[in-house]
Design a binder for this molecule. Structure first.
Ligand code: CP
Length: 311
């Protein structure tokens, strides 16, 4: 692959290869000396047109640990504010010969479009409600390490599915790896064409959580609700917020996940989120750095193989 635009383009073997290489980086990242030189001499530009804590920080750390020259574009201070389009911005940066471009954008499909215009490898760091492939990969690595496998698991994805690129990428990945997926949430927050996903749908947490191995919670993504249905936080927490009582219906060893940013007391009880016997939320963050290192190494290998001067 030349780019990492979505889970949709990956085969199960591609997913396994990224996760296997990520394991090496989990080990490296736990050492005092964390440096490698696999991206030495390469330039990585991070362009975030939407807010981010985890994804932006982990892509930056990942690039630096691999020896790349990393630049974070301050998009709020860029000429986008003067009316320059996304494509013109991309062409301008492309002329500076970057090797890896990491892009987050509020519009679904914007990162795919940009990838068609540049010569470097593009990594999608989240586009609208479309895909967030490195999030699904880090979630997969977290599940595989906690459960010892990434197949034949019952996984519940709960909450605002309709607006979630995290849910979409996870549904694609977990489906490709032959897991059973349940979506739990209010019907108003389910995607319209739910039948195409091959999932079970519930609007009751107690029914949906019965016997699941993994419970993945999602934030209410108000920024994408377009003034439509916005539930009251109190009622939402009562019906769909994960607390110890609802979790008791899942398997006794079920793990609790959340991609962050988390709203405590809205979609998840804060004490449960901090319970290291059940919650793997901090592991997800740790895996995020390793997965992004692995994804960038694999793309860089393909990029260098395609360049006549790189031999
Ligand atoms: N999970 C995730 O994408 O978090 P950020 O928005 O903080 O990057």
């Amino acid at each position: 692959h030349r780019h990492l635009l979505g889970i949709e383009q990956l085969a199960p073997d591609d997913i396994t290869a990224i996760l296997d290489l990520s394991e090496d980086y989990v080990t490296l990242n736990r050492q005092t000396a964390k440096h490698s030189d696999v991206l030495g001499g390469l330039t990585q530009i991070n362009m975030f047109f939407e807010n981010s804590t985890r994804t932006q920080a982990s892509f930056e750390i990942a690039g630096k640990r691999l020896g790349a020259d990393v630049m974070n574009m301050a998009m709020q201070a860029s000429s986008i504010k003067k009316g320059e389009t996304l494509i013109d911005t991309a062409l301008t940066l492309n002329a500076m010969h970057p090797d890896l471009l990491v892009v987050r954008h509020p519009h679904s499909g914007a990162v795919d479009l940009l990838a068609q215009k540049v010569n470097c490898a593009v990594l999608n760091a989240g586009d609208g409600r479309h895909e967030h492939p490195t999030q699904a990969l880090l979630d997969a690595l977290t599940i595989r390490r906690a459960k010892g496998r990434l197949h034949r698991l019952n996984v519940a994805i709960c909450g605002d599915i309709a607006h979630s690129r995290v849910a979409r990428s996870n549904i694609l990945l977990l489906g490709k790896m032959e897991n059973r997926i349940r979506l739990i949430g209010p019907p108003t927050l389910m995607p319209s064409q739910i039948d195409q996903f091959g999932v079970e749908v519930y609007d009751d947490m107690k029914q949906g959580l019965a016997d699941v191995d993994v419970v993945m919670m999602l934030r209410l993504q108000r920024e994408r609700m377009d003034g439509g249905f916005i539930p009251s936080e109190r009622e939402y927490y009562h019906r769909f917020g994960l607390d110890a009582e609802k979790l008791a219906l899942a398997r006794p060893d079920a793990i609790v996940m959340h991609p962050g940013p988390m709203n405590r007391g809205v979609e998840i009880d804060g004490t449960l989120a901090d319970d290291i016997n059940r919650s793997v939320i901090q592991d997800q963050v740790e895996m995020g750095v390793a997965v992004r290192m692995a994804a960038m190494e694999l793309l860089a290998r393909n990029l260098l193989a395609s360049r006549p001067d790189a031999a």
